[in-house]
Design a protein around this ligand. Sequence first.
Ligand code: ZN
Length: 465
Amino acid sequence: MRTLITGGTIVTAEGSYVADVLVDGETIAQVGTNLGAGGVSADEVIDAAGKYVIPGAIDVHTHMELPFGGTFAKDTFETGTRAAAFGGTTTIVDFAVQSKGKSLREGLDAWHAKAEGNAVVDYGFHMIMSDVNDASLAEMDALVAEGVPDFKLFTAYPGVFYSDDGAIFRAMQRTARNGGLIMMHAENGMAIDVVAADETDAGHTDPYYHGVARKPIFEGEATNRVIRLAEAAGVPVYIVHLSATDALDEVRAARDRGAMAFAETCPQYLFLSLDDLGNGFEGAKFVCSPPLRPRSHWPELWKGLVKDDLQVVSTDHCPFDFHGQKELGRGDFRKIPNGLPGVEDRVDLLHDGGVVGGHFTRERWVELISAAPAKLFGLYPRKGAVAVGSDADLVVYDPAARHTISAQTHHMDVDYSCYEGREVVGRSDVVLSRGAVVVRDGQFSGRKGWGRFLKRGTADFARLS
Ligand SMILES: [Zn+2]
């Protein structure tokens, strides 16, 4: 099967130009001008005149079917990757979870079982470590060799995912040697639990106080601490879902002194705020950790994206229905499952807010949503590029199309949208996963099980400074 995409503006992290793209089977076979007129034949021709042709977007932070707070994130690998594809995302990297007292292997096997035969686009895994001990440390090297080279640890959630500094440092030392990458959820969970208990004791049980208790300074402190530990261990560290200027200042200072420190933010920290957590229990729809911050944090986060102190925008997609799931926390915000839906909306929100909004170029947009995550997470140039030999994960993107985000029309399996009623400029018209059209003009044409496990390389890009 050969597909020729004609006349589009190829937009990559490096630049933009008008060209045709020939897809042969699952990979890109040629990129050049007037391939069609030059006699190249194809089974199907897609006219992309007036549109962008971008590498499929990569979301390196999703939680399909994550068990949390006595329930499960609602999207499966099938529904979640299908929604991702509608939004122009053709690769996800999800978090497999090691449970306390269990091996990494058991956790990874469980996530393979959830994804295999179900995902509609390609996927990889990071490994969440909840129990650092001699056995799990030894397992880390094997996972790197199997294409799971990143390990996420938490300074938050005491009693669940939390690791103390000694455990974190041991995992860092091991990863410094095995070529992997350390990912950190950096909030001071011990201090947060003290403030959260004080608030509920004072009768402050609404979702708003979730945002109050998890202070920005707790994120700043933990971010500094884990970066310093990583510097001592000589390992690259990637701060997940950075939300606050307090944390950004620490990443910026670390990068200025030459540390291998990286960070992502998420659309919810750029477009939503602490105000959304108000409005009584409705605010539960917006409960995630770190929490939404006051709007005053927005301008610095946008600046961080422009100046490369933040390298990636991911979603932390972790959807819970308002009815029946978020409601578990009525009367005590600490019992609200933490997480928001977002895997479908990221590409359009960043195009609308970032490119149309005048914060950065369309090339930087592609870098943040595709090229940079591909590099940092061992997928480049197989993914994240429009180049000969790369996987034909391509999106024909209409930069002028307008649509309104709504739970009525989205494809995520969740009963609300955080962006209900927001109009955005830009939309994916045709989405290809390894050469196969999976979405065209709002219709799904892919299939369950098409997505394959991606064995990823070591974090070499994160070791270059
Ligand atoms: Zn997460």
